[in-house]
Design a protein around this ligand. Sequence first.
Ligand code: HEM
Length: 410
Amino acid sequence: MADTATLAQTTKPIPAHVPPEMVMEFRFQDDAEFQRDPYARFDALRARGRAIYTPFARGVGGTGGWVFTHAEDIRTIMQDPETFRSSGVRKTGQVIGDNWVLIPTDLDPPEHGKFRTLMNPIFSPKRMALLEERVRSLAVELIEKMKGRSSCEVIADFARPFPVGIFLEMLGLPADQIDRLVEIEETILHTPHHEQVNGIRALRDYLAVEIEARRKVPTDDLITFAINSQVDGRPANDDEVMGMCFMLFLGGLDTVTSTLSYVFHYLATNPDQQAKLRADLSLIPDAVEELIRTHAVVTTGRIATRDVTVGGVFIKAGDYISMPMGGASRDPAEFERPTEVIFERSPNRHSAFGYGPHRCIGSHLARRETVIALEEWLTRAPPFRLQPGAKISSTGSGVVSLNQVPIVWS
Ligand code: HEM
């Protein structure tokens, strides 16, 4: 789930309660080791101790704070929303002067539970089954478009338009809007701050028009669902409808694109593993689960509501905390040979989708999208490998992604 407005480099003096030996000048945005291999970087941070304190903010308007990388600590924090709040962590609506917040991710109990209950049916097995057909035909459409070619850039040609198409489908928006929304998404997530703000405004305006249209002519899509939803016995208000729709955009797009970037990179650089899946497609669901574990893309945040100690680290009320799921999901305390991709790993209770009440509501859809993408690629396209000489690096502080994945086939 994406943090918007993540590019500022805000600093703040180190608070007195932070032991000097825990301070490290770590910037998610431009740490060279992180860009080379974010997961190895998290492994190194974990090996250093229970947490570090960086003076650099991960998000715009944020401050420096703690970075925890041990699964046990991250679980403790995410399972205790009273002590570690989500509200105020992201400022998506605020940066354009609006009052809406991302729903349900920016809410704390008891409000969070009300909206989460309301939104759960969006991802019900029945709705997912209806969507599945469309997800598959979208994957096929994008792959078939590449017929006759012997190379592509996975992100631009597939991994970005694919989840955008699914979002359009879910919200009942016309498929021909795909380029427009890809452009808005790029602006929100991958440009300097002032442009990000323009992207947020553009999406808000886009959704506002659609919400207004559904108020006049209701349909059976998710915008109408959000408009008709009842909270505390009253209809959801405009800000709440906007918060829910915006969240589906931010939650479901970049996460899946980024996951696919690592999945395709892994298969392009591990031909034996690719061949293994081609030989037995029934391995794909477990392989996807394992690749989601080894390449958990989300780093989320919380703010402490009181003084508290976690893993022996004293945290003061108001302290900001970052938690890379990619740190937790490769913790040797929880997984044997944690850095290895073992398709048959069982059990595989990883943290890529988070823990506790905010655990990803779209995890089932995300898995299905990734499984379907691989099923269709591996049956429709010949074995692929990374383009020789390709310059690969990672970026992103809320959702980490490869910058490009150029592949070739013959
Ligand atoms: C591989 C892809 C995905 C990953 C790794 C992922 C990861 C996560 C994580 C770690 C959280 C917890 C954040 C926190 O506690 O602060 C989360 C929350 C959420 N995700 Fe996902 N996600 C993915 C795909 C999706 C999709 C496809 C959707 C919807 C279309 C979605 C919608 C959401 C929503 C709405 C929340 C907030 C839930 C709440 O606050 O109760 N995610 N996701």
